[in-house]
Design a protein around this ligand. Structure first.
Ligand SMILES: [Zn+2]
Length: 264
């Protein structure tokens, strides 16, 4: 079981790489007039986005149930294997990330009501700037530091959503219920519409959108992150993430809604 955690630890929970287009005039203008309290109309539209996400989540769950991964089964496996997962997730991983990055991440954890002592920060060398399990956030200090402060805020906000939704734990449980190599399964493009693949794409979308819905600063960070990635890497699909240009459209829509600008 511990071995399986290691193997699937990062699958589906790493931020993808990057893309380019610039919207700096828009970005600057929005920043100057920023307020972090959405107007009632903006709040209403955000509630619609959340409602749609919840609806999609139920559809994803129904699909998983068709292959035997029911909510009841996940709950039963969680009861049996949670402790084992946690022990493995907390094992021998020193908090060795540079102090300024630690402080930055701790600020974002607190912003989401998470006690920083609950989460261990760990350096890693995977090119993705960050990834999260339930109790750890992994950071590539080099690629993370190359991002603007705004983009870094979004990146950690995205990982925090994986923590809040227990995504890595759920992947671990699904993996054990299916008793199949889900990593291989997801890599095979023939399996694109397999319920597990739909699920793994959905949790990335949810982490993106819920991070951006937090407030205007995070939404701005989402736009900035995507623009910086596009600029640096162009737009190619990365793992479980959709195209960056598509993500950018979503990011800009959410940002506009925080600002109560007309819908795109
Ligand atoms: Zn992710």
């Amino acid at each position: 079981m511990a071995k399986r955690i290691q193997k699937h630890l990062f699958f589906g929970v790493t931020l993808g790489f990057g893309l380019g287009i610039t919207y700096y005039s828009l970005v600057k203008r929005v920043k100057k007039t920023s307020t972090f309290e959405p107007t009632p109309a903006a709040q209403q539209r955000q509630n619609t986005i959340i409602h749609d996400l919840e609806k999609e989540s139920r559809e994803i769950q129904d699909n998983l149930a068709k292959i035997g991964v029911t909510a009841e089964k996940i709950a039963a496996y969680k009861k049996n294997y949670y402790q084992q997962y946690i022990e493995s997730d907390q094992s021998a991983t020193p908090n060795n990330v540079a102090k300024p990055i630690q402080d930055f991440v701790h600020g974002i954890l607190k912003d989401h009501g998470i006690n920083p002592h609950e989460i261990t920060l760990v350096k890693w060398t995977d090119p993705s700037p960050a990834a999260a399990t339930l109790k750890r956030i992994f950071i590539n200090e080099k690629t993370f530091s190359e991002l603007s402060e705004s983009a870094r805020r979004f990146v950690i906000g995205h990982e925090v959503q994986h923590i809040l939704h227990e995504d890595n734990l759920t992947i671990f449980l699904i993996n054990n219920i299916l008793e199949t190599d889900i990593e291989k399964l997801a890599e095979n493009t023939n399996n694109h519409n397999h319920p597990y693949c739909l699920y793994s794409r959905f949790i990335e979308k949810r982490a993106d959108m819920k991070a951006a819905l937090k407030n205007e600063l995070y939404a701005q960070g989402y736009v900035d992150f995507l623009q910086e990635r596009i600029k640096k890497y162009g737009d190619t699909p990365t793992g479980t993430h959709p195209l960056r240009a598509e993500r950018l459209k979503v990011a800009q829509t959410i940002l506009e809604q925080h600002k109560n600008l007309p819908m795109a």
